[in-house]
Write a protein that binds this ligand. Sequence first.
Ligand SMILES: Cc1cc2nc3c(=O)[nH]c(=O)nc-3n(C[C@H](O)[C@H](O)[C@H](O)COP(=O)(O)OP(=O)(O)OC[C@H]3O[C@@H](n4cnc5c(N)ncnc54)[C@H](O)[C@@H]3O)c2cc1C
Ligand code: SF4
Length: 229
Amino acid sequence: MATLAGNLMQRSRCPYFLNPDTPCNKRQPGSGCSAVEGHAERNAVLGASESCAAVHPSDLALALCAVDATVCVRGASGTRRIPVTSLHRPPGHRPELDTVLEHGELIAAVELPALPMAASARYRKVGDRASFDFALVSVAVAVDPDGDRIGDVRIAFGGLATTPWRARRAEDFLRGAPATADRFAAAALEELATARTARANAYEVGLERDVLVATLREWDDVDDGAPRA
Ligand SMILES: Cc1cc2nc3c(=O)[nH]c(=O)nc-3n(C[C@H](O)[C@H](O)[C@H](O)COP(=O)(O)OP(=O)(O)OC[C@H]3O[C@@H](n4cnc5c(N)ncnc54)[C@H](O)[C@@H]3O)c2cc1C
Ligand code: SF4
């Protein structure tokens, strides 16, 4: 059993963060990052800094990012509203700070906008196991088709970034474009052009591209050259 706010606020699953015997800047600021020289298979390829490369673990945060949800936060100085896309902090030099919440602030509610295309939104997750496992890569997508073109689109990437990653470059690349599998793949690579990979996690770029293509192909009118049943 879990709570919605608890899921958004959950901390890293980095094995070095979870092991109190290894240096970790997120757990103990200034102690160093064991993941840089250690097992890098699950290190983030987007948003990492020299201080931390831990991926953000929440599936829910990704889905909420893609539909422009807002968290309502209550604290001693009153209430404020924060877009979910701005809730989580990239690690920078302060990886111990996961979110922009101040000490004592609580998430009191999550608001979803009346976004018509959210009704047909999809979430696709790839992991080592079919259930009870965190994502190797994932994607949240909402599309408003316009005939054989993409009218509007929202995309978020997960499993390979330090925060829930709204893929705005890919969105811009697809908005108004023909809905073809080639275009979907190019959009993913446009977003992932800034990915910084190591040998152990370079596979995530191609995997995320394929997951985005597979998810977008689920909408009608996609011209992928394949014969229709
Ligand atoms: C084996 C395993 C597999 C999992 N797999 C996945 C997965 O695939 N995908 C996924 O998304 N999650 C996964 N989870 C995470 C799980 O679903 C929970 O969301 C997560 O552990 C947080 O638990 P919780 O919701 O009970 O929050 P808690 O443990 O109660 O809280 C988590 C953090 O949030 C803070 N918090 C709680 N409520 C608030 C609030 N209202 N305002 C501000 N801060 C708050 C707490 O102080 C704490 O720091 C997995 C967990 C386990 C143990
Ligand atoms: S990647 Fe981040 S969480 Fe993992 S060991 Fe380095 S500082 Fe700690």
